[in-house]
Design a protein around this ligand. Structure first.
Ligand SMILES: *Cc1c(COP(=O)(O)O)cnc(C)c1O
Length: 528
């Protein structure tokens, strides 16, 4: 008898998300009409979930399971490592039914909570509006909603998913400068009253279908220091902004401020400084066109690893180009000045990158001459030198057409770690790839066995040869068909764009609130 791999129902990103409602606290800075928001809403102290919960909530233990939404996936407690062990303990690859050994994600929701605290510490003036497209997982959205973030939605479906959580439409920015008319009508009907634009045709559309909407002009910035550039498609060059604003004035539309996006995966903090400068220029163009701008949206592009260094540049750039003297703070009206400056950002990747890991099963292998004779791409030969040719080709059950679409669309390199070796669990999360103890390390009997690394390539499960996850990696000899690999940092731009090409299922998610104190806080936030 085989036991089922996962007891979570399939999650499909096209689902509008579960329709549950959480209680908004009365101190919710976003509750109420958009215009009445306190200008510097969101001091760290207003986060309701820290000390308070630590006093009243019982600690978690590893056997806790919560079900915030009946009929939806359960959420476990304990570390990712523990979840991986538990899931694998329930899978017998030699006996299981079809799909029983499918690849699966483990999501540690406490990571998202910690990322939020980190954000509040480094950029307390900047209210995060999570970019839903990055990972629209229903529990991710629910946790963010409970923590009080806003949401950047780019389509009707994303707006609906967020509204279904009971989030006020005032916490949504429809941050797509090129919207379908029917989506604009839907936004109007649901009181989503803030959107971006970067062209004249969009202004006519807004005039026709949502004339009361507050508009934000998205300007073009330098995105050359980013993994994914967006400027080819979006953003008005500064010299076109006066004409756009003039047209908006002529149409009697309400432009309230400026947005930009430095590109996703931005690795140069100076791009933010430069963009804030340009935004200031656009603010002055707004004044010249007769508008009173009071809204700055610094977009996305924040990374997990470089966040503090970006914040160290962005925060002071905002202070420099948008000095308090120019924007009355504290809600006081100053004649001729905007009544306080509201600043938001649209982080996507930053929040979810580290929260998800993906475990894959090695379903097949070609070894030795069989593998060496396989034509290797010129790229491998050129970059790695012909000497280091893959000696083994591993085929795993998730690939470029599914969760690893990030290799193509998000331009990332993924790093496999070994979960099981010869069917024994060997993973050590704290050790870099391959994630197991090195030869000669001081360890027990199993670990003293010398792991010699072997050049290999890693392929996905579809019948297309483009489906190559790594053309050259190094994994220990002794990996067998049936063994498991794990990829960390798989939360951003992965599941959301996965297809079911070749009749393969999407990888499902096993959720945990993590262990320890953060886990207890996250549990209570989800149960609110
Ligand atoms: C994709 C996107 C984001 C999120 O970008 P990250 O790099 O994931 O932070 C934010 N805003 C807009 C308009 C986007 O298109």
């Amino acid at each position: 008898m085989s036991r089922c791999a996962l007891d979570t129902p399939p999650f499909h990103p096209d689902d509008a998300g579960p329709s549950f409602h959480f209680k908004r606290s009365s101190s919710d800075p976003f509750d109420g009409p958009f215009t009445s928001l306190p200008p510097m809403a969101y001091p760290l102290a207003s986060l309701p979930h820290q000390q308070h919960y630590r006093d009243i909530t019982p600690p978690l233990d590893d056997f806790d399971v919560i079900k915030p939404v009946s009929g939806h996936a359960p959420i476990y407690a304990g570390s990712i490592d523990l979840q991986l062990r538990k899931v694998l303990a329930d899978i017998d690859v030699d006996e299981c039914e079809a799909n029983g050994e499918n690849a699966f994600f483990v999501a540690n929701l406490a990571e998202i909570y910690r990322q939020h605290l980190r954000w509040m510490r480094a950029l307390p003036r900047v209210v995060p509006f999570y970019a839903v497209k990055c990972n629209p997982d229903p529990y991710v959205l629910r946790l963010l909603a409970a923590m009080g973030t806003g949401f950047d939605c780019a389509s009707n479906g994303e707006i609906q998913a967020v509204l279904n959580l009971g989030v006020s439409p005032s916490r949504i920015i429809y941050a797509n400068p090129c919207k379908a008319a029917s989506f604009v009508r839907h936004a109007a009907a649901h009181n989503v009253g803030l959107t971006t634009f970067d062209n004249v045709d969009e202004l006519y559309k807004m005039k026709k279908f949502h004339p009361g909407c507050k508009l934000v002009v998205r300007i073009l910035t330098d995105d050359s220091k980013s993994a994914c550039q967006l400027g080819l498609k979006f953003g008005a060059p500064l010299d076109s902004v006066p004409r756009l604003l003039e047209k908006a004035k002529e149409l009697d539309l309400d432009v309230v401020g400026v947005s930009f996006h430095v590109g996703s995966g931005c690795y140069d903090a100076d791009a933010f400084r430069d963009a804030v400068h340009r935004a200031r220029v656009a603010f002055d163009m707004g004044r010249d066109a007769g508008f009173t701008f009071d809204f700055l949206d610094v977009g996305g592009g924040f990374g997990h690893d470089n966040f503090e260094s970006v914040a160290e540049v962005l925060g002071p750039a905002i202070d420099r180009y948008f000095p308090d003297a120019d924007f009355a703070s504290g809600g006081k009206a100053v004649p001729g000045k905007p009544n306080g400056l509201r600043i938001i950002a649209e982080p996507g990747r930053y929040y979810v990158h580290s929260a998800f890991v993906l475990a894959t099963n090695i379903i097949a292998a070609r070894r030795g001459e069989e593998a060496e004779e396989a034509p290797s791409s010129q790229e491998v030969a050129a970059v790695e030198g012909a000497r280091d040719k893959p000696e083994v080709m591993y085929y795993q059950n998730d690939g470029l057409y599914a969760s690893f679409n990030c290799v193509i669309f998000d331009h990332v390199t993924v790093y496999p770690k070994v979960l099981t070796l010869d069917r024994k669990y060997v993973y050590r999360p704290e050790i870099p790839s391959p994630g197991i103890v090195a030869p000669g390390a001081d360890a027990d009997e199993a670990e003293r066995k010398a792991w010699s690394l072997q050049p290999c390539s890693i392929w996905g499960p579809t019948c297309d040869s483009i489906d190559c996850v790594r053309e050259l990696a190094h994994l220990p000899r002794g990996l067998e068909v049936g063994d498991w690999l794990v990829y960390e940092n798989m939360g951003a731009y992965t599941i959301c764009a996965a297809s079911t090409f070749n009749g393969l299922r999407r990888s499902e998610v096993r959720y945990t609130v993590g262990g320890g104190e953060d886990g207890a806080v996250v549990r209570d936030l989800l149960l609110q």
